[in-house]
Ligand binder design. Sequence first.
Ligand code: COA
Length: 263
Amino acid sequence: MSEKYFVDGLLRGRVALVTGGGTGITGGVARALAESGARVCLVSRRMEHLEPAAERIRAGGGEALAVAADVRNMEEVERAVAACVEKFGKLDIVVNGAAGNFLCPAEELSPNGFGTVVDIDLKGTFNVSRAAFAELKKNRGQILNISATLHYGGTPLQLHVSAAKAGVDALTRNLAVEWGRYGIRVNGIAPGPIEDTEGMKRLVPPDVKDRLKKHIPLRRFGLIRDIEQAAVFLCSDAASFINGAMLVVDGGHWLATSRFTNA
Ligand code: COA
């Protein structure tokens, strides 16, 4: 985070495990949690994404551990949680950010294509939450799920992701109710169009981008730092009574996607 909006050391003493923490939005979230004083364990499939991210955190004075694991594989997930606890002694915060995406019309989407994205986004979120439960219970910890706004309407070419993220929202609310009794808070962030991401570069053509911007009431795209700030807030004690919330960070975009007006 470039600007400082929070007091120093807001998350000092906390340990966070961040899936998808090597790149993109969750890479930024991992770095922001570390800048706020948390020690972080970065988890994703590819070590070549993780090590440079962990190195950047260390270079900034933070503590980071990189662990390669596929969130679809429960054994690998359990090993990653164990490695985090072994290194840092505990686990307080889980950020479920690992996600897969591609654009595909529903009539061309294969069952395996649909299932792959549901496996990564939804089942991966369950796997990591489930594997971390005992540690989170011990520490009255919390979970932050990175969702989306795609499924608030019907988003063409994004059936698989929309279905998976709708499941993530359900899981967020359900776990908030079931695990609240242990002091575990479960919340989510639903980012709108975020400009400085791989997804935006790869998935949204320039002409669509121009049109899209006009539909955002704040007339700008989000930036990874907008999500970082929301994440730091939700992970901090400032949000200690917030449980089961999905914080939409989209400049008002999804609300403005009206069937009756064009803005
Ligand atoms: N269009 C249509 N189907 C696609 C696709 C595309 N662009 N990309 C993958 N699929 C389908 C594959 O065809 C396959 O289905 P099939 O067996 O019926 O052919 C299925 O999805 C699994 O693909 P595979 O490449 O074997 O899976 P994977 O586990 O290696 O990777 C993703 C899956 C989704 C993660 C992959 O698309 C990817 O690596 N994306 C880039 C990273 C990313 O999405 N980051 C998030 C940015 S928001």
